[in-house]
Design a protein around this ligand. Structure first.
Ligand code: ADP
Ligand code: ASP
Ligand code: MG
Length: 401
């Protein structure tokens, strides 16, 4: 039995017309002789509107009940789509996450998948040709519903492909032709990449390219699932996300990502002594606030400034935590009109000079760098949000993408 996993995102299942295009993709796979697992997102905008409604009803919705509400978005999609398959004479049934089951931990809103059993799916293929699975959802061992974080249907799809094993390919269908050198909505020159390594895709996703959820790429790499990113609305072969090969290393920079969800906190005149940094970051860690970039300036007269970035939604909470538990400092500043731009490429491992090229290009464009951080395969710069679009376009040109 040859099985193909096809995942369709929110814009692909937005309305009846879109769902008919999805059905055509599924029928084409059936005609090629595949048994097909279809993983669906909620219809476009549905998860956001459910979230909005929850916050109209309650100032602080209970995370477990919020998950019960959000999972209805994907439930609607799979029911409607399965009906559409029946109308075309296809033997199909839907599965919600808990029916498979997809077992997760209990971090409501951002749960991690612990196990997936493929037994029920294999058994169902004795009766059905297409199984339609609700993405983004699972359940805890004690039967509470969970969701996997925004964009989580990508992870559902890759995880189901991994559970099915045997070289099952996972096609992620979306509203662009594949993975581009940068978000095509931000840069007109962006073009599609034919093949990209798991590591590069992971960095691009981590740095803000939401075309794939980060965890889906982690899963794909761990279980060696070949992932193809393609468009529901064209016949383009898309982008293959796969193991690194020698050809990929010859390219210095393969993509540019950006993230507007950045806010900066600066603690000014912190006493420069052992334990100061710990007294900032331990209480933030305990409060579950994820810190991204960190900079400590050189010590002057026994004091130093320590700045870091967090997600915008965590800014006020971070400021509260530090007011109550932070270190001695003269004052705390914050800003949220900033954004992060990153260049990513496995080729940077073996080539020097990429950083100076970035700084030089941004300097020539008159863009000020607020913070910088690097890893083996990426360089990130924090800039004013008003400079972001120019920064992306300048770097895209500089690295001849
Ligand atoms: P879906 O609803 O299908 O999951 P998403 O909106 O989550 O779709 O992801 C697709 C979007 O990701 C594209 O419309 C595009 O604007 C954005 N995107 C960001 N960076 C990239 C990139 N490097 N390549 C392709 N798309 C990107
Ligand atoms: N519906 C969820 C979201 O909007 C999951 C997904 O689309 O992947 O984030
Ligand atoms: Mg998505």
């Amino acid at each position: 039995m040859r099985i193909l996993v096809q995942k369709f995102g929110g814009s692909s299942v937005a309305d009846l017309e879109c769902m008919k295009k999805v059905r055509a993709k599924v029928l084409a796979a059936c005609e090629e002789g595949y048994k097909v697992v279809v993983v669906l997102s909620a219809r476009y905008g549905q998860t956001n509107s459910l979230l909005e409604r929850a916050y109209q009803w309650s100032d602080e919705p209970d995370p477990a009940e919020l998950d019960v509400l959000l999972t209805t978005g994907e439930q609607e999609s799979v029911a409607l789509f399965t009906m559409l398959l029946h109308d075309a004479g296809i033997k199909a049934r839907s599965f919600l996450g808990f029916q498979i089951p997809i077992i997760t931990d209990d971090s409501h809103g951002n749960a991690r998948i612990d196990t997936i059993s493929a037994d029920k799916l294999r058994e169902a293929f004795e009766t059905y040709d297409v199984l339609v699975i609700a993405g983004f959802q699972g359940r805890t061992p004690d039967m509470r519903l969970t969701t996997l974080g925004r964009g989580g249907s990508d992870t559902s799809a890759v995880a189901v492909a991994a559970a099915l094993g045997g070289d099952t390919i996972c096609d992620i269908y979306t509203d662009v032709n594949g993975v581009y050198t940068t978000d095509p909505r931000m840069c007109k020159e962006a073009h599609k990449i034919d093949r990209i390594s798991y590591d590069e895709m992971l960095e691009l996703a981590s740095m803000g390219a939401k075309v794939l959820q980060i965890r889906s790429v982690e899963f794909a790499e761990k279980y060696n699932v070949p992932v193809r990113v393609r468009s529901t609305f064209t016949d383009d072969p898309g982008t293959l996300v796969t193991k690194e090969d020698l050809m990929m290393e010859s390219v210095l920079v393969s993509g540019i990502a950006f993230d507007k969800d950045q806010a900066r906190v600066t603690l000014c005149d912190v006493q420069d002594r052992p334990g100061s940094a710990a007294s900032i970051f331990s209480p933030l860690g305990k409060a579950g606030i994820v810190v991204d970039m960190i900079i400590q300036t050189a010590s002057r007269n026994g004091v130093t400034d320590i700045a870091f970035t967090v997600s915008r939604k965590d800014l006020n909470r971070a400021l509260d935590v530090l007011k109550n538990a932070g270190p001695e400092c003269s004052h705390i500043e914050s800003a949220s009109n900033i954004a992060k731009v990153s260049i990513v490429g496995v080729g940077m491992r073996n080539h020097s000079g990429a950083a100076s090229q970035v700084f030089d290009a941004l300097y020539k464009a008159g863009i000020n760098l607020i913070m910088i951080s690097t890893s083996e395969v990426k360089i990130s710069c924090l800039v004013a949000e008003s400079d972001l679009e120019m920064a992306v376009n300048v770097l895209h040109k500089e690295f001849k993408l």
